[in-house]
Design a protein around this ligand. Sequence first.
Ligand code: ADP
Length: 261
Amino acid sequence: MKNENRLSPDIINKTLEKMKLGNKLYFFEEVTSTFDAAQNTDVSPGTVVCARVQTGGRGRLGRKWCSSEGGIYFSLILKPAKDAGEIQVITAMCALAVQRTLSKYISCFIKWPNDIVSQNGKKLCGILSKAKISGDEVMYINAGIGINANISDFDSSLPHASSLKLLTGSEVNENEILCEVLREIDICIKMTPSEVMKSFEKVCITIGSQIKLEYHCGGKSIEGKCTGIEPDGSLIIQTDDAEALRVNSGEVSVRGIYDYV
Ligand code: ADP
């Protein structure tokens, strides 16, 4: 990989000099996960913890997130405004910011709730956010983002994964992408929850698709057509034999888009 395209703390720091997000950057060659590193290092708002490689990157439900060299792995600490809504809206906001950034390189969409997929259904990014709550108050949100930027190959166990480099045929500049995502988050964070969700809906591939919802508890699954998204980020699904159901991202995983299993 060309050196100028690799993540570099100096370049990131220089670019983010005047921004609140990324005002404190912790950069690691390798970490277990940036999510844990952020938790253990500094949870003040605006902190970014970034690494070139994660040895224990995670998706939802403790699923493994392949985090080899060539990806962009970072966690961002956010302190949402009181009216910013639930964690679902924050995850949606991060997904929107990444989709806006990656769409400057390739046509891509959001697969509800937390993935960015290419036109042919390849997964390019995953997002995992968790809130630290004390009483009624959200102390902070740790948003972990993994972007498949310059990864050259994936394990055969990940047939639905791809990278910007593999799909566009050329290397991308990882510093530019990271800084652009942070800039986009800085814009989206000023939007109201309903503005975030309206913009999210426009680029969400799940809406209008026939899908299968797999419940995380109890092993139940249901099939139906996704008809929209609620202002709080919940998914609306219409089955053949019932009224429309509403599910939140903590409850289910979506299957069925592009045969994604
Ligand atoms: P899901 O999409 O299955 O609901 P997550 O969003 O938590 O779950 O993502 C974890 C899943 O993503 C893993 O189980 C694996 O199938 C897939 N995966 C792991 N690493 C990568 C990667 N770098 N790029 C794309 N997909 C990946």
